[in-house]
Design a protein around this ligand. Structure first.
Ligand code: HEM
Length: 319
């Protein structure tokens, strides 16, 4: 067995730690395409601007696609792959089927990017930029997006089913599922603020509005109006009862008033460890904006640890 002197051991530990950090963070840099595709940021921004102008909800749908991409084997564009004869992809996994949307928006942006810089920019990076722009276009913060991700050649339906939290999750489950991705409880609470925009189908909040007691009574009645006890599973309701399509801190103000839409939303303010942070975000929008941007970069740094990667030419299929 090798015996290390103390300095040699420390040196080895530093090398191992930096290799591990490198694996988790590769060489992502905001300037990655500055010479190879200088117009990239403008192309993505205008693609998102026209999509959001057509339908405001699209900002939300793209942010969610990014989350669902990153939580399943890292941010590698795997959610964008259509099923093939050799694998069943993530699009039809439980959390995504008849729910995740916005694929055509990414396709349209990819077409523009390919016309400007052929075979240069990954679908995963386009999605990371599009999510940032979506947030900003509906009133949220902006941030520098580290770039240089590659696209997977495959997708995993089973990983999508097991890695993404469901709407019935407890606080402990949420903390542990985000912890599995090296995201702290604070990151989890900040990222959940994405539910300040977008819609949920009735089937995901029905149980809460009919059976739970930690819910504002008039809010429950309001939501019951379009989400019957049976039927209407796909009827939509906005997450944020105050400013449905604006990215702000109203999500947290809602939670403080027991107006969270999903069970998992209200878990963040239900007498547990995140109550104080929810109160802070509800009172100090700048703190929420800053923490949200930091956590989006952190989530975006999740990279695949195995498999072959490439720059996909068509986001829906491997080259
Ligand atoms: C904390 C655990 C989370 C759970 C349990 C959860 C669950 C859900 C559910 C059930 C929906 C509704 C889907 C539908 O009706 O089809 C939804 C929508 C959404 N989620 Fe989450 N989510 C979580 C975290 C996040 C995070 C971290 C983000 C982004 C950073 C995010 C962004 C969104 C957005 C923007 C929508 C609306 C999408 C649209 O309108 O198309 N969610 N989420």
């Amino acid at each position: 067995m090798a015996v290390f002197t103390r300095p040699a051991f420390l040196g080895l530990a530093v090398v191992i730690l930096s290799v591990l950090a490198g694996a988790a963070n590769a060489q992502l840099s905001p300037n990655f395409y500055s010479t190879s595709c200088p117009k990239l940021a403008g192309i993505v921004r205008s693609g998102m601007a026209s999509a959001v102008q057509t339908e405001k909800r699209m900002a939300a749908s793209i942010v969610r696609l990014f989350f669902h991409d990153c939580f399943v084997n890292g941010c590698d564009g795997s959610i964008l792959l259509d099923d093939t004869s050799t694998f069943t992809g993530e699009k039809n996994a439980g959390p995504n089927a008849n729910s995740a949307r916005g694929y055509e928006v990414i396709d349209a942006i990819k077409t523009q990017v390919e016309a400007s810089c052929k075979a240069t920019v990954s679908c995963a990076d386009i999605l990371a930029l599009a999510a940032r722009d979506g947030v900003n276009l509906v009133g949220g913060p902006t941030w520098n997006v580290p770039l240089g991700r590659k696209d997977s050649r495959t997708a995993s339906q089973s990983a999508a089913n097991s890695n993404l939290p469901g709407p019935g999750s407890s606080l402990a489950t949420l903390i542990s599922m985000f912890g599995n991705k090296n995201l702290s409880p604070q990151d989890m609470t900040a990222l959940s603020g994405a539910h300040t925009i977008g819609r949920s189908q009735c089937q995901f909040f029905r149980n809460r509005i009919y059976t739970e007691t930690n819910i504002n009574a008039s809010f429950a009645t309001l939501r019951q109006g379009t989400c019957p006890r049976s039927g209407g599973d796909s009827n939509l309701a906005p997450f944020d009862v105050r400013t449905a399509d604006g990215f702000d801190n109203a999500y947290y103000q809602n939670l403080v008033e027991q107006r969270g839409l999903l069970h998992s939303d209200q878990e963040l303010f239900n007498g547990g460890s995140q109550d104080a942070l929810v109160r802070q975000y509800s009172n100090t929008p700048s703190r929420f904006s800053a923490d949200f941007a930091t956590a989006m970069v952190k989530m975006g740094n999740l990279l695949p640890t195995s498999g072959t990667q490439e720059i996909r030419l068509n986001c829906r299929k491997p080259n």
